[in-house]
Design a protein around this ligand. Structure first.
Ligand SMILES: Cc1cc2nc3c(=O)[nH]c(=O)nc-3n(C[C@H](O)[C@H](O)[C@H](O)COP(=O)(O)OP(=O)(O)OC[C@H]3O[C@@H](n4cnc5c(N)ncnc54)[C@H](O)[C@@H]3O)c2cc1C
Length: 387
């Protein structure tokens, strides 16, 4: 067998082992964390040991060296069992990949050598209270000082924000009277002036950390600037090219878990002297869910293949994210419907999956923003000839 065939076999074995681990270890853990709203991040050393913190990084940097296609299959398997673990790991891996893309050799050596270790855990700090979909209106500032920058501002909704060492942070490097210039920094969370406040009361993915991060004149060395000054939004969008496919894979993991729960319940619940799976209305809900799940996986496969070819396709990522996240919400809705009253209480897993699915149409760009990206790419010439 050629090396390509060996690699595919290795990846299949890896995905199966992720599935076994996720379903036996993460699933029961995630159920408890959802109930208590406790983060799953205390498992980080174990997850690091298994290579989950450097899935796409090359083996020379201690990573698993997986293709992006394999990466999405891993996120899917994690999300089937624990959507919160899937988002926790996909944010960290997304930051690692974009750092690798834009870092100089010296930066890559400094940051990525230990990226697979729990001590290098990372967060993506773009959003602010008044800068959500419009990330470019970020108000956090990075002011140039002799030997670096001082960063001041407040980032909101930051996944992994309580435990992460690194914050990939978007900040203004322009003066107030100049046109806005945004730059990207990898900020060491151990520096003085970094304050982390947990956000409690989330509807779903309650085992993932979400925090407000305050930067109060935090020192960042010159080498903390990723790419060039002014390249901040381009770097953020490159990260999201891949990140959105990760959210789509999270959504298919949730959807597949919902479908399996539906099928299992339809095979055992009886009404009117028959299994409910014999009623066509119930079969329709299962059929629509299976079809939408298959379509979601196809869109993810296309978008991931574009990344593997080295030609990330912004609209393919947006289509995968838009369709898979909205389909997961429809499928989760049907999963509760098939379970009737039993699906409406916390003892039933579909109650949690229904809540966990909800955020997938919101973070890393809402559905409306994905439609905007797709629509603009199709209609890009409209209005060009207006006088
Ligand atoms: C659990 C969770 C974790 C998150 N993790 C992170 C993280 O790790 N890092 C990070 O930086 N951010 C994170 N976010 C923030 C997330 O990315 C934002 O919530 C998202 O980008 C939307 O911004 P917003 O909530 O401010 O909504 P807004 O931008 O205020 O949007 C409100 C509504 O208006 C619509 N809208 C806005 N602009 C347009 C437009 N131009 N056209 C049409 N409709 C529009 C939106 O679609 C939405 O329906 C997280 C959010 C959540 C809930």
């Amino acid at each position: 067998m050629n090396r390509e065939g060996d690699r595919q076999d290795d990846d299949r074995v890896l995905i199966e082992s992720v599935r076994d681990y996720a379903r036996s270890v993460l699933l029961p853990r995630d159920r408890r964390c959802d109930a208590d709203e406790t983060p799953i991040t205390d498992l980080l050393p174990e997850l690091a040991e298994m290579g989950f913190l450097s899935i796409g990084l090359p083996e020379s940097l201690g990573g698993l060296g997986c293709s992006f296609t394999t990466y999405t299959a891993i996120i899917h398997e994690l999300a089937y069992a624990s959507p919160a673990t899937a988002v926790t790991l996909s944010i960290h891996n997304m930051v690692g990949n974009v750092v690798r893309h834009f870092a100089t050799d010296d930066q890559a050596r400094e940051w990525l050598t230990d990226w697979g270790k729990a001590e290098s855990f990372a967060a993506f700090a773009i959003s602010e209270a008044d800068a959500g979909s419009d990330a470019a209106s970020s108000r956090t500032t990075a002011t140039r000082v002799d030997d670096g920058y001082r960063v001041t501002g407040e980032k909101m909704w930051i996944t992994n924000g309580l435990t992460s060492r690194w914050f990939l942070t978007l900040a203004r490097t322009s003066k107030p009277d100049e046109p806005t210039q945004l730059s990207m920094f990898l900020i060491d969370g151990r520096q003085d002036g970094v304050r982390r406040t947990p956000i409690h009361g989330k509807m779903g993915i309650r085992a993932s950390e979400t925090a407000v991060i305050q930067f109060d004149s935090v020192y960042v060395p010159l080498t903390g600037l990723l790419g060039a000054e002014g390249q901040g939004m381009a770097i953020a969008l490159t990260a999201l090219d891949a990140g959105r496919i990760g959210v789509a894979a999270q959504a298919t993991g949730i959807a597949e878990a919902c479908l399996d729960e539906m099928v299992s319940y339809a095979r055992q619940r009886k009404q009117f002297g028959k299994l409910i799976g014999e009623f066509q209305a119930v079969q329709n809900m299962i059929a629509d869910s299976a079809t939408e799940l298959a379509a979601s996986k196809e869109l993810i496969a296309r978008a991931a293949a574009a990344i593997d070819r080295g030609h990330a396709d912004w609209t393919a990522s947006a289509k995968a994210k838009l369709y898979a996240s909205e389909a997961a919400n429809r499928i989760a809705y049907r999963a509760v419907q098939v379970h009737g009253a039993s699906g409406y209480v916390k003892e039933c897993r579909v109650e949690q999956l229904f809540r966990d699915a909800r955020v997938t149409t919101i973070y890393e760009g809402t559905s409306e923003i994905q439609r905007l990206v797709i629509g603009r790419s199709i209609l890009k010439d409209v209005g060009q000839h207006d006088s």
